[in-house]
Ligand binder design. Structure first.
Ligand code: BG6
Length: 528
């Protein structure tokens, strides 16, 4: 086994990181655990400290205590307390209203003192872990008090969380407002999907293996499926989700990251703009949907009550902060076509939803049939086609299914899998997905962050759907039971093209050596 870890990436530079909205969940759930993991791996500079900035009533002392107590409860994987304690010793707190100019004076003073103490060389990283309505305001205030200014070789970078806009117009407006203060080079629009190892590996898999790329086109690929299914409901985020819905929440960002990584042309280098140019090209090549196509190529759904892991769960409309007659979609499936030489005529089917049967994110490349059935005079009539599955989460790996002879004196073919599992091969690492992104930002590498034009190109694809859905609100919600695979129309979207969704987690060879055919979604007796 040869793990070549040669790392040519530049390292993170010294800086003071300010977390705006530091008292929110993201700090405890992701940011502090990620920084601790980076420190543990010696990937964080010594000249580094954090300033928390928020309206809540904390002092530096009480904020530190709160983080030491709360972070282990929120973090997804265990944190070494030694690193947590030492990280918290480097944290300072400024209480202030994001609209109050005086608060920024105090912030500026704290950053300057911290910078001096840790010799952070005047570099500043601002993380906007706040509600979207504060993005522009905070950046404007940073500009007014001079905190956004880069001079004498010092850098200032701003990480902006999702959602980046609510539709095409608001995304454009937000870009414009940020650019009144910052240059594009200073803006790091984050999408945590790009922090996932398995997502980054899509590019490596495609562009470092000579046997893959020749097949990766319309001559060999029948269609592509991208699934991001969750078992959780809206949890405590009903208020936000009511204004977003599954389409806005998942598609122009996370699912389009997976789509562009899968469909992009090989870049000429791994330079940030070279890679992002190729991703942007894919988004621009997506065939725009006409209103009629929105009706035929898009499916929306909302969960009713049902069972998840043996537990009864309530209908979406009974979730906290959700309207009892809500028409917000919690499931969406769509078919897109990419108008270029590589992908013309190859459908990309995307689906995502809450309260589905399993938590799984995967990309399926379904290859075409062999041109000629060699075994037609045997019992083998229907050769199954090759399928490559890139497992993003919770399983992490890649599997390739191919036909093999079932042992015996009669010619029978079965479809078998060749599996690569990340965990078995590389072992498990504690990773929140934010480590790489934080470190890249500190190193000035924007490859895994969204550029303004990419965000706008993504929204351009979504906007016609939003328009049609706005004009024709959904009827018949809820239309799938919690714990199912979504509404029956989601299955029909593929069936009418003679295809079927990959039957996740249920692949078993039947007694004739074939993977059992996909189960049909049930028209559920959805209880509201
Ligand atoms: C977030 C969405 O961006 O991604 C959530 O707002 C969703 O609704 C989450 O649950 C999914 O992320 P992950 O990493 O759990 O797949």
């Amino acid at each position: 086994m040869n793990h070549d870890h040669t790392d040519t990436n530049s390292s993170a530079s010294p800086c003071v990181m300010t977390i705006c909205g530091a008292t929110g969940d993201l700090t405890k759930r992701k940011l502090i655990p990620a920084l601790c993991n980076l420190a543990q791996e010696k990937l964080l500079p010594e000249q580094f400290a954090i300033v928390g900035f928020s309206v809540d009533d904390f002092t530096t002392e009480s904020f530190r205590q709160n983080l030491v107590q709360e972070t282990p409860k929120f973090a997804a994987s265990p944190i070494d307390t030694k690193f947590l304690d030492s990280m918290c010793e480097r944290i300072y707190y400024v209480k202030g209203d994001f609209q109050d100019p005086d608060a920024y004076q105090r912030l500026e003073q704290q950053i300057a003192e911290t910078d001096k103490k840790y010799n952070a060389l005047g570099n500043r990283l601002f993380y906007l872990a706040v509600a979207p309505r504060f993005f522009s305001m905070i950046v404007k205030m940073l500009g007014l008090c001079g905190l956004s200014k880069e001079e004498n070789g010092r850098w200032v970078r701003v990480i902006v969380e999702k959602p980046f806009g609510h539709d095409l117009a608001s995304a454009k407006q937000l870009n414009q407002e940020l650019k009144q203060v910052l240059t594009e080079r200073q803006i790091y629009r984050i999408d945590h999907y790009l922090g996932k190892e398995t997502v980054q590996n899509v590019m490596v898999f495609r562009f470092s293996n000579n046997i893959i790329e020749p097949l990766w086109n319309r001559n060999y690929v029948d269609h592509v499926q991208i699934t991001a299914a969750e078992t959780v409901g809206v949890e405590h985020r009903g208020g936000f989700y009511e204004t977003a819905g599954a389409l806005r929440d998942m598609v122009p960002n996370h699912l389009f990251q997976l789509l562009t990584m899968t469909a992009m042309e090989p870049p000429i280098s791994f330079d940030a703009d070279e890679v992002r140019n190729k991703q942007a090209e894919v988004l621009h090549a997506i065939q725009p949907l006409t209103p009629e196509e929105v009706l035929t190529c898009m499916v929306r759904g909302q969960y009713g009550s049902g069972n998840i892991d043996g537990q009864r769960v309530v209908t979406y409309r009974s979730e906290p902060a959700v309207a009892p007659d809500s028409n917000t979609e919690t499931y969406v499936a769509l078919k897109l076509l990419i108008d270029n030489w590589r992908w013309a005529g190859v459908p990309f089917y995307l689906r995502t939803g809450k309260r589905l049967a399993r938590r799984v994110t995967e990309i399926v490349i379904q290859f075409r049939r062999t041109p000629f059935v060699l075994f037609r005079n045997t019992s083998v009539r229907n050769l199954q086609t090759n399928r490559l599955v890139i497992h993003i989460q919770p399983e992490e790996g890649i599997s390739l299914s191919f036909g093999a002879k079932v042992p015996g004196s009669v010619m029978k073919l079965g479809l078998v899998n060749m599996d690569f599992d990340y965990c078995t091969y590389f072992g498990m690492e504690h990773n929140t997905g934010y480590e790489r992104l934080l470190r890249d930002c500190m190193a000035g590498d924007a490859t895994l962050f969204q550029r303004a034009d990419m965000v706008e190109a993504g929204w351009s694809v979504i906007q016609p759907i939003l328009d049609v859905w706005h004009a024709l609100p959904a009827r018949g919600f809820p239309n799938y039971a919690a714990g199912s695979w979504g509404p029956i129309e989601g299955d029909e979207l593929l069936e009418k093209d003679g295809r079927a969704w990959h039957r996740i987690g249920e692949e078993e060879l039947d007694n004739r050596g074939r993977i059992a055919p996909p189960a049909k979604a049930q028209k559920t007796g959805v209880a509201t």
